[in-house]
Ligand binder design. Structure first.
Ligand SMILES: [Zn+2]
Length: 57
């Protein structure tokens, strides 16, 4: 897992990648090309009602 710009990238068993916001812990998106996550992160806005909830593993 690498972290940059406040998002964590997680490799899935099927070869895709999840991008997870480290502020609100929302899954920003899933893509098979990790570079595609950049565009999803660029348009992500944290959902305030999610913030402060305990993060699920
Ligand atoms: Zn967020």
């Amino acid at each position: 897992m690498k972290t940059e710009k406040g998002f964590a990238h997680r490799a899935n068993k099927d070869g895709s990648f999840d991008s997870i916001c480290l502020k609100c812990y929302a899954t920003v998106g899933t893509a098979y090309d990790e570079s595609d996550l950049d565009a999803m992160e660029a348009v992500h806005h944290c959902t305030e009602w999610l913030m402060g909830r305990p993060a699920k593993a």
